[in-house]
Design a protein around this ligand. Structure first.
Ligand code: ZN
Length: 88
């Protein structure tokens, strides 16, 4: 999840909502990770996402930046950025 009232894009199942085409283009890889997570977790995705966010807060960590689902999406973004940097 990344600006619908604070998020630039939001994934709901296989649907990615964004503020603009530019936002969607920029965040496509990140949001596709969330689509795969939603496929993997099925109906448990939203409860798992919320519980993991609460767990981060209870541990004194940031609910979004330290969230394991977001960490996976950030890692995919970083990997793609590294690939792009090496291919140009
Ligand atoms: Zn995200």
């Amino acid at each position: 999840m990344t600006h619908l009232s604070g998020f630039a894009a939001l994934t709901l199942g296989h649907v990615v909502l964004g503020h603009s085409a530019d936002c969607l283009q920029h965040l496509r890889l990140h949001e596709h990770v969330h689509v795969r997570q939603a496929e993997r977790w099925g109906i448990f995705f939203v409860p798992a996402y919320v519980l993991a966010a609460l767990w981060q807060i209870l541990r004194g960590r940031h609910a979004y930046r330290d969230h394991p689902f977001e960490q996976e999406a950030f890692a995919a973004e970083s990997a793609q950025c590294s690939k792009d940097a090496h291919s140009s």
